[in-house]
Design a protein around this ligand. Sequence first.
Ligand SMILES: Nc1nc2c(ncn2[C@@H]2O[C@@H]3COP(=O)(O)O[C@H]4[C@@H](O)[C@H](n5cnc6c(=O)[nH]c(N)nc65)O[C@@H]4COP(=O)(O)O[C@H]3[C@H]2O)c(=O)[nH]1
Length: 888
Amino acid sequence: MDALSNLKRGLSADKLQASSDAQPTVQDLNRLLLLQRNLLEKITLNLPLKELLDSLCLEIEGIVGECCASIMLLDKKNGDLNLLSAPSIPKKNFLLLNHLTPGPKARSCGTAVYSDQPVFVINTHTDSRWENAQHIHELMETGACWSYPLHDAANNAMGSIAITSALPRNPSTFHARILESAAYMAGIAITRHFSRVALKDSEQRFAHIVSSIPGVVLQTEFDAMNKPYFSYVSDSVQSLCGVTSVEALTSFKRVWERLHPDDRDMVNGFLSRKPEYGSLWTTECRFFDAQGHIKWIHLASTPEWDKHNKLKRINSIMLDISSEKAAYAQLELAGIAFASTNEGIMVADANNHIVDVNRAYCEMTGYTRDELIGQSPSLFNSGRHELKFIKNIYAIILEQGFWQGELWNRRNDGAIYPQWLNISAVYNTQGNLTHYVNVAADVSNIKESEAKLRHMSQHDALTDLPNRQLFKILLDHVIEHKQNDQRPAVLMIDLDRFKHVNETMGHQAGDKLLIQVAKRLRNVIPDNNLLARVGGDEFAIMIKDCQNQGEAERIAMRLVNALEAAVDLDGHDFFTTASIGITLYPENGFDSETLIKNADTAVHQAKDDGRNNYAFYQPEQTQIIEQWVRLEPELRRALALDQFRVFYQPQIDAMTGQISGVEALVRWEHPENGLMSPGLFLPIIEEIGLMTQVGNWVLEQACAQASQWKDAGYPPFRIAVNLAGQQILSHGFVSVVKELLEKYEIEPDQLELEILENIVMKHADAAKPVLNELRTLGVRLALDDFGTGYSSLCYLKMLPVQKVKIDQSLVRDIPNDPDDEAIARAIIALSHSLNLSVCAEGVETEEQKAFLRGENCDQLQGYLISRPIPAAALSQWLDEHYDLIGKH
Ligand SMILES: Nc1nc2c(ncn2[C@@H]2O[C@@H]3COP(=O)(O)O[C@H]4[C@@H](O)[C@H](n5cnc6c(=O)[nH]c(N)nc65)O[C@@H]4COP(=O)(O)O[C@H]3[C@H]2O)c(=O)[nH]1
């Protein structure tokens, strides 16, 4: 329907304001053209919509006269019409006019929009389309209202433009044209406005999206020469490649130069891909950022092709994946470590089901990876740990996050092995336990080495017996855990003169001897008792329960006997003996330290008692040992410091009283202690191996003195010198004697060498040839201290001795002890029967002298005649008893 017919439909004869319906004049048309031109100009200038529409309304009002122009717009949300521009309508009336819902009776504007037709109401008071507008009439003078719908780009009604007059009024054709034209232009202005707003919105949204993307958005196009250039680059390119988006847009090269040289060929290939590659291209490459650090980029692109399949454009996004790359590299590294480490690694989930294991773990356990996945670590249970222990481990892990320690586990083949295990709990970011990581090492080898080391450190390498340290530990253990009536005992066994074996026969022979000794001792001691080698030639035995002294004594006897049989050393029979010291718990000590120390002390007592013997600990021995320790270093220097002296004690003929000889006896003139007798220091000298040196020194002193006495005019008498075992067995001893005799021009039979009975007995094989040589030399030999040791008369027969010296212990109790008398009597008689002369030692009383003379003892020596005295004093004694000498 055109404007005019619409006009006719709304006409009413009454109260109409006059209106010319004449055709528009040239002036009108000019005004209309001017209106259009002005509005188009303003649209082009992009003036604000409101300003633009207001000016349109005002211009219409100016052309039409006595009217108000207004523009209403549909609210898309609720579908109501609201005023968008009404410059001449007071603002207070806006509320009356707004919220107009389009409909058939919705006044002029609502009806126009509803019907999408122009509506010319020439009298609002009578027109049914205004019948609901009483509230408006009450407040506004509204007589006529002509309205035209506005259209959007899709030609849908989106609002209205209206000319309202206070009085009813007819529109002219020109009015209708103005309205039509204004509606058209307002529609353009509004549509354009909304397009611009939408575009701006879209741009803003795009910019927002691009800026919020953690990467660079870019568009690459190709020029006529097919060279790439960027048609769009988002600002974030700067943080990635160190160039601004403006620089990138102006120079593709600037970005290209930031690309890692090694990746350029690959990216070149990327840019020249063919459609076959599909619609999404991805790759990874490296760029240098502004600081020169490498950034890893994930490049994702969608290509656009022209109709000739020529690449037109590439839309890309570049994402910084540097941290992911680093994390991946770390993961890769962890993966390599996991796979290649020698530590077994097992990962279990929160329910303790195995989720992964490495190669080392499989090797250690003997299971394949597939066999282990999904299993529980209880598969390795060795049965050596209580459930409580395992539960406690997991309790510690939950409390502290980890546990480490040693476990016994079972391999697939059933073998049980020690494992050093470190279990850590793994928690996720929410703090929930997700995994357990077990790092385990098979410590069997370490354990074995440890055990070997421990064994080595606690055992003697030669005999494989426990050493002193272990002996002490075990002894303390027995003491600590002993039953009430249990009495442990310690037997310390010291091989007599073992050093001599080493020195004369070599260490190998010494080792063999020790091995044999160990074997014999082991065979002798009762089961369940302990034998240890606690020093070079020292063994120790712990009797776990020794009921009484007698039992210890019996064992000691058995030990002594066991060692008595000859030991075969490289085809030679060798005899060894031992001195045994015994301590009993608790009387001789409450701990291992004291029991061992005191047993050591008792060993010395046994040695003093003549060796090849045993002795129980006597507390007073400790004092002697202490003295020993004090004197030893001083004794080592005594010879060099000329602190030894030789005293002489005369021996007389029992029948005639004439002097028959003198015995040389050594003394030590200690700088502080004064003169010390040999009993106090000779055992030490012997023990420290200086006996040969000191003994030979005494021998030389005696020979020199004999020569002096001879030179002084005294008739020759015998010089008796004591010989120690070490001396007899020392290399070249006979030559030493020979040289001395020659040096001091002494007749061999003037020298008498006194040897101890037990020394000869013990070393018969070695000593006998030496004694024979001495005898061949012409030197006289006397058996000293006879009657105290073996007293084997068979030996007497075998040895080349000419004299027997009755020990002073047998003389001491004469005449009170009939036994001693009987022994002395027997020795004298038997010696005489073997053509040996007899000298009695320690003669102190006339009774002893009388008894001995009565028994035909040949010589007497003792305090009754003279104490041992220095050479000068003896010279004086000789002078005083000159007659005795002369008669010799
Ligand atoms: N109670 C008492 N004692 C008497 C009496 N007459 C002598 N004596 C002591 O008896 C010991 C005799 O020497 P011996 O039996 O060979 O016993 C010697 C001897 O075996 C050893 N000895 C001494 N000098 C040497 C030495 O140069 N070399 C070696 N190998 N042994 C020596 O030391 C032992 C002890 O020597 P001495 O203390 O000098 O003790 C000496 C002497 O002083 C007496 O009437 N009553």
